[in-house]
Design a protein around this ligand. Structure first.
Ligand code: NAD
Length: 263
């Protein structure tokens, strides 16, 4: 299938590793010009180099914290005409509800929600001019099944779905679509390191901890394993494509069936 992404300009936030990197790689493979983002120049340069040599595609980089207004404004100024915005960057941290101070709630909202709201606002004028665009929020199954171990994270993911639907409503009748994609437990760098550390601390293998996680913490998973970042990237590439033009205002799951609902 030709996804018809040739020449489209795509910004993927937080894409030096994990799900973001896999999305950037898939979009570059499909012919999009991709702007990779991370917070340090070293990480961005390394990811750009790797993506260029792996895909032979047109890959640029932007080093900066895109949860900050100045950086968001700068990336859009340096790379005008963004056709596809993937709001991927996000943070998580397990913490008991009573121990989550206001500062953490505000930080999670800033990084996980407001970053995508702000970037969407900044790219919309050029998308409207072209009457074409794709805005994709990488939310989570945690938006639907709020995890008791990090309620604040779950709340920000629910908020992303609400923003995505609301923004799609404002764009009715245009060629711009807005959707959220909900991965389930995925072996990204962040989660992979977390599980590896847990395994080491308890004298277990990664596979043992993975099996226990799906037995005790996410028993509703139908695939009984962590998904790969590439599995999310495939869905995102379709949603980013002109082929997905009738899909908008939707919350699309790539969660291994962990949300116990058919729709
Ligand atoms: P990760 O930690 O493996 O990678 C995240 C990337 O974002 C890294 O390159 C990091 O440096 C970068 N980043 C973080 N904050 C940033 C900032 N302020 N500015 C620029 N870059 C920043 O993460 P991941 O697990 O791949 O998660 C990506 C997205 O997917 C997040 O929004 C997360 O909530 C969501 N998600 C992840 C999982 C999972 O199990 N991994 C499940 C559901 C949803």
């Amino acid at each position: 299938m030709d996804l018809k992404l040739q020449g489209k300009v795509a910004l993927v936030t937080g894409s030096t590793a994990g799900i973001g990197y896999a999305i950037a790689r898939t979009l570059a493979q499909e012919g999009a010009r991709v702007i990779v983002n991370g917070r340090t120049k070293a990480a961005v340069d390394e990811a750009v180099e790797r993506l260029r040599s792996d895909t032979g595609g047109a890959v640029d980089g932007y080093a900066g914290d895109l949860s900050r207004p100045e950086s968001a404004e700068e990336v859009v100024r340096l790379h005008p005409g963004i056709d596809i915005l993937v709001n991927n960057l996000g943070i998580f941290e397990p913490k008991p509800f009573e121990d989550i101070p206001d500062e953490d709630w505000k930080r999670f909202f800033d990084v996980n929600v407001l970053s995508g709201v702000r970037l969407s606002r900044l790219v919309l004028p050029s998308m409207k001019k072209a009457n074409w665009g794709r805005i994709i929020f990488i939310a989570s199954e945690s938006a639907v099944q709020i995890p008791a171990e990090m309620v604040h994270y779950g709340v920000t993911k629910t908020a992303q779905i609400a923003v995505s639907r609301g923004l799609a409503e404002t764009l009715a009748g245009t060629g711009i679509t807005v959707n959220s994609v909900l991965p389930g437990p995925t072996k990204s760098r962040g989660v992979g390191d977390f599980v590896q550390d847990m395994a080491r601390a308890n004298g277990k293998s990664f596979e043992q901890v993975e099996a226990e996680f799906f037995e005790n913490v996410r028993p509703t998973s139908l695939i009984k394993r962590f998904a790969t970042p590439e599995e999310t990237a495939s869905l995102v590439a379709y949603v980013a494509s002109p082929l997905s033009s009738a899909t908008t205002g939707a919350a699309l799951r790539v969660d291994g069936g962990v949300v116990k609902s058919a729709f």
